[in-house]
Design a protein around this ligand. Structure first.
Ligand code: PLP
Length: 292
């Protein structure tokens, strides 16, 4: 139950349906966001809402989709959906998709629909995983051409290899996948950016084959506040094997320690001290508990 915002109106959850000839369902041309609201002393607060909405508009611009609302209207829609559903903590899913007025790749004369849904989706992984870390494996699927040239767009069509990579990782007893780029350098997880720690320096892949994660940006800011050096550079998979610490970041996965990669223990095999510190800063920030 609850309500969903669709094209400017709040409608009951069950009635928020779309036609089987919806263009985006066939060809994947759509853009979306994953956003979280956290419970704070001042009530539910959407973490970095403005940045997520900005990225949605950038993604749409890259895909040549024109969103028929302003950023302010979509920010308000997201706040409204959290409020109207009485949610204290929530995962929000804004999405823009092409309508069912016609088929074919020309995609002419199609309406751009916009929706925002929100629901309670506590942790992407178990609370133990946030403490103990997860096992990951390098995927046989790479970030393909569209991902790489279009990695600034959070687009529906970019997720097929993420899903195949994750399935492959789960089938082999791991919790997440690590995708490489076409040259064999580390790109990102199925829906997360990656960081490694070596000699007290934080490394993360430069923004050539991974999404410009908002959590990634938050963590870089925190690390700099702590006086840690952060370097954005190409990373090889064996650098991850011998890292002192490694972790994923993302709105869904939050700050997730990695304890094993391709059967190799990372560092002590437990959440490392820098990961733990950045993780606690992150949770304090999103829950409005940080002293500025
Ligand atoms: N990489 C991919 C492919 C993603 O889908 C996401 C999730 O949005 C991220 C990284 C992490 O981005 P963010 O921290 O903005 O959620």
């Amino acid at each position: 139950d609850g309500v969903i915002w669709l094209d400017g109106e709040l409608i009951p959850w069950r009635e928020a349906k779309t036609h089987v000839l919806t263009h985006t369902l066939h060809y994947g041309m759509g853009v979306f966001e994953g956003v979280r609201a956290y419970s704070t002393p001042k009530g539910p607060a959407i973490f970095r809402l403005k940045e997520h909405t900005d990225r949605l508009f950038r993604s749409a611009h890259i895909l040549r989709m024109e969103i028929p609302y302003s950023k302010e209207e979509l920010n308000e829609a997201q706040k409204l959906v959290v409020r109207e559903n009485g949610l204290d903590e929530a995962y929000l899913r804004p999405m823009c998709f092409l309508g069912s007025e016609g088929m074919g790749l020309r995609a002419e004369g199609l309406q751009v629909h916009t929706m925002v849904a929100a629901w309670n989706w506590p942790s992407y992984m178990s609370p133990e995983a946030l403490e103990q870390g997860i096992k990951i494996r390098t995927s046989s699927y790479t970030r393909h051409h569209v991902n790489i040239t279009m990695c600034k767009a959070k687009a529906n069509g970019n997720y097929m290899n993420s899903m195949l990579a994750l399935r492959e990782a789960l089938d082999s007893g791991c919790e997440e996948a690590l995708l490489l780029d076409n040259e064999g350098y580390v790109a990102e997880g199925s829906g997360e950016n990656i960081f490694i720690v070596k000699g007290g320096v934080l490394y993360t892949p430069e923004l050539t084959s991974c999404l410009e994660g908002i959590t990634r940006d938050t963590i870089i800011q925190f690390a700099r506040e702590l006086g840690l050096e952060v370097r954005e550079k190409r990373i090889t998979r064996d650098e991850v094997y011998i890292a002192e610490e490694a972790f994923f970041t993302g709105t869904a996965a939050e700050v997730m320690p990695i304890c094993e990669h391709d059967g190799r223990k990372i560092g002590s095999g437990k959440r490392g001290p820098i990961t733990e510190k950045l993780q606690s800063m992150y949770f304090d920030q999103v829950r409005g508990k940080r002293q500025e």
